[in-house]
Design a protein around this ligand. Structure first.
Ligand SMILES: [Zn+2]
Length: 138
């Protein structure tokens, strides 16, 4: 499954590893996390170990899309500090991440042909970490 999505996203030349991480389970809003080393074309994807098997592919694809869109963050990191007034970097980072998640989830749903998914884990509702967001223009 990892190789399939790496190929579709043109990430086959990246060294991407996936592992389960118990520490992610403490935060219901964080089901997965990607650490990316773009200069080495390497990434490590950590998954909440409580994740039901049925959502693993959804979260892996979400994290792979973070890897695929990493070039935007690289450009942002390289140039925006010189343009932003002091103190605005965090605000800009937050807005970039929100926009990236909207894009990632829209692309993921398009690739998977899926709608917003909800899951049940230990009696608690498990909703896709970043629900399909409204388009920026209404
Ligand atoms: Zn994410």
């Amino acid at each position: 499954m990892l190789a399939k999505w790496q190929k579709r996203l043109r990430l086959s030349d990246w060294d991407i590893r996936v592992h389960f991480d118990a520490s992610l389970a403490v935060d219901l809003n964080c089901h997965g996390q990607a650490n990316i080393w773009a200069s080495r074309k390497a990434a490590s994807i950590a998954l909440d170990e409580r994740m039901p098997a049925t959502v693993v592919e959804d979260i892996v694809l979400h994290e792979l899309l973070h890897v695929a869109f990493n070039t935007v963050q690289t450009v942002f990191d390289a140039h925006f500090d010189q343009w932003l007034a002091p103190g605005f970097r965090k605000l800009a980072d937050d807005q970039l991440l929100t926009a990236e998640h909207a894009l990632i989830e829209n692309v993921r749903f398009a690739l998977q042909g899926a709608s917003l998914q909800c899951y049940e884990v230990d009696g608690a509702e498990w909703v896709s970490a970043f629900p399909l967001l409204e388009p920026w223009t209404k």
